[in-house]
Design a protein around this ligand. Structure first.
Ligand code: M6R
Length: 629
């Protein structure tokens, strides 16, 4: 990093983080035209939010601002008609928190009379108060967003030094931000600031980048610096500096990223979701790679810095996560309790962070997150650390906030997951949780022979999941039969109960059909009232100790006229006569069933959504990383 613009002292500010909006930021300053680079970066970040987008560049005569409502493709149309020249600029894709998805509310926002342009991720809690003050000062607001106050504040303080203006502006903010600004008065200068919403600087040669997510920089640079909370950065084509909030130079750590270009493209697939479903055999392989220890019949994690003695003293595991990661955690609960005989609790991160449960020092907290940026999971992790508990993260995105803040992190190595509906990350999470359960088990009472058996079986899983994918044609047929329904129930027991939850989540999030998952025996306690001839029930009934019990629950649904789709094993001679439709999956031991049983449910959701004409990779109202609480 090279030295930069002047630094001025400032006051520290303290307040509690509350989360941030789920948008994407890309900035560029260099010798090339900024617009194609910004557009390309936004395209990769579109999964973070996609209700409107915009960019601003600095030209010889001022700022050039282009916005559109809708997706990045809509912005690209605007740019084709009205290009945005200039070699520096900032851009944004939005997921609305304050104000609807309109052109006026799309970022960038201009401050003053166009002295600055600002993009912002986050939530400004005192925006109403700041807005009134700025209006009294004569500033005119053009949007309903909380972000616009930042643009006007920077414009208000803009004198000889844009960094000082940003510093003064952010010192007035209460809430969270990852922001970037440019000004026609300082061509080629890009200033960023972070508190509670990620920002990463990409270092190039005679060009530098800024983004809310390193994946936007794929193909442009491999060297990145993750800004920490309360840091600012100042980028010009030839310098990239990170400063503390007092504007003292910070010592940034440059991370070298290892991009896999293949992984981030759709290849031959129509949707990322389908590609990611089909990648699952390789994902299991990657999650295991280098972690199986056949000599000691256990699993090892290179960077697990918690020493075995400490791990042995742990008498409780608390897992916290959201959405699909929460379902993987529920499977982890069964696995760890069974293999390591350790009590496990699983809590939604949003509940855990506020519940203030009694925690003793012998507990370890596992935060599970594909993105590593989920606001509630991050807050739950921070709360656990504050209480002095050891923390472990299971993350997919390298260098993400959760991965960096946990005491130690096990990476999933699933490769970039682009589809908003999580699929391969779930499989990687379950695989890593199995390895962790084995590791903890072998530190306790699990025998070497049991460890060896688990390792052997685990190594067969990629092939078994590959075989499971053969059910795709049958799933397509079933999807055609049921794609018009309004409600679907999913039932499973034991290890398959979380899979039922996951199947229901997949269906509702991408097809907008109402779906719920239940432990099969719970049906009689209420949900069975929903059963009628238009409400199919998906029963997970592979061969396992609870097979007969689950079959009885299936009969109860049949007796009430409900259509049944069964996910079962080829060895099952009863099922064809009882279920309306059967999807066959390979027979595996009980603790491996989630890895195979989830596949037809992912495919079913995908095919139904396809037939209903839904936007599968970007379902309505959702975003890939949920960085608001
Ligand atoms: O990145 P995370 O694993 O922390 O994300 C958690 C949830 O937001 C995520 O799993 C969400 O539920 C997915 N859209 C499910 O497909």
């Amino acid at each position: 990093m090279r030295s930069g613009l002047s630094a001025v002292a400032c006051a520290l500010w303290f307040y509690r983080l509350r989360g941030s909006s789920m948008c994407g930021i890309v900035g560029y300053t260099g010798y090339r035209e900024a617009e194609p680079i910004l557009r390309d970066g936004l395209k990769r970040l579109e999964y973070r939010g996609y209700d409107s987008a915009g960019l601003a560049t600095v030209t010889g005569s001022g700022l050039c601002l282009r916005k559109s409502v809708g997706k990045i493709a809509d912005l690209a149309d605007v740019l084709q008609r009205q290009p945005a020249p200039g070699t520096s600029g900032i851009s944004h894709t939005r997921w609305a928190t304050h104000g609807e998805a309109t052109l006026a509310n799309a970022h960038p926002h201009l401050g003053g009379d166009g002295e600055v342009a600002v993009v912002h991720n986050g939530v400004i809690e005192n925006h109403a108060e700041l807005r009134s003050q700025l209006q009294a000062d004569g500033f005119t607001f053009r949007s309903q967003t909380d972000s616009e106050v930042i643009a006007h504040l920077i414009a208000k303080y803009l004198d000889g030094d844009p960094v000082e203006a940003v510093r003064r502006a952010v010192s007035r903010l209460r809430g969270t931000y990852g922001l970037a600004m440019i000004s026609p008065r300082f061509p080629g200068v890009l200033v960023g600031a972070r508190l509670g919403s990620p920002l990463v600087v990409g270092l190039g040669s005679n060009e530098n980048y800024l983004s809310s997510d390193a994946s936007a920089l794929r193909g442009y640079t491999e060297d990145v610096v993750y800004l920490l909370d309360r840091q600012l950065c100042v980028l010009t084509p030839n310098s990239g500096n990170v400063l503390s909030v007092e504007l003292a130079p910070a010592e940034p750590v440059v991370h070298r990223l290892n991009w896999d270009m293949e992984d981030a493209s759709r290849g031959e697939y129509e949707h990322f979701m389908l590609k990611e479903i089909c990648e699952q055999p390789e994902v299991i392989d990657r999650a295991m790679a280098g972690r199986l220890d056949e000599v000691d019949s256990t699993a090892h994690f290179g960077n697990l810095s918690l020493d075995p003695q400490k791990l042995n003293q742990i008498d409780r595991v608390i897992m916290t996560a959201c959405g699909t990661s929460y379902h993987a955690a529920l499977i982890g609960e069964y696995l760890i309790e069974s293999l390591a005989r350790l009590p496990v609790e699983v809590e939604y991160a949003s509940e855990f962070r506020y519940r203030n449960p009694p925690l003793d020092r012998k507990s370890i907290v596992l935060a599970i997150s594909q993105s590593g940026e989920t606001a509630d999971t991050l807050a739950a992790l921070r709360e656990s650390k504050r209480k002095g508990l050891p923390t472990l993260a299971l993350c997919n995105v390298v260098g993400s906030s959760i991965a960096r803040e946990a005491d130690c992190t096990i990476y999933l190595h699933a490769g970039p997951e682009v589809g908003v509906a999580s699929t391969k990350a779930f499989t990687a999470q379950v695989t890593v949780l199995t390895l962790l359960a084995l590791h903890l088990g072998r530190l306790r009472n699990l025998s070497a022979s049991a460890g060896t058996r688990i390792l052997d079986e685990l190594q067969q899983m990629p092939d078994l999941v590959r075989q499971t994918l053969d059910c795709h044609d049958e799933v397509k047929r079933i999807a055609r039969k049921y794609h018009h329904v309004s409600n679907v129930l999913y039932m499973g027991r034991q290890y398959l109960f979380p899979v039922a939850l996951e199947g229901a989540l997949k269906l509702k999030e991408i097809s907008y059909i109402h779906a719920e998952g239940y432990p099969a025996a719970e049906m009689k306690h209420g949900p069975i009232a929903l059963v009628d001839e238009d409400t199919p029930s998906v029963f997970l009934v592979p061969q396992c100790p609870s097979y007969d019990k689950t079959m009885s629950n299936l009969e109860e649904v049949k007796a009430r006229g409900g259509p049944v789709i069964a996910v079962a094993c080829p060895e099952d001679e009863r099922i064809a006569g009882r279920a309306d439709d059967v999807i066959l999956i390979p027979r595996v031991a009980e603790h491996w069933q989630p890895l195979v049983a989830v596949v037809p449910l992912q495919l079913l959701a995908y095919e139904i959504a396809l037939l209903r004409g839904c936007d599968i990779d970007k379902p309505r109202n959702l975003a890939k990383s949920v960085t608001v609480e």
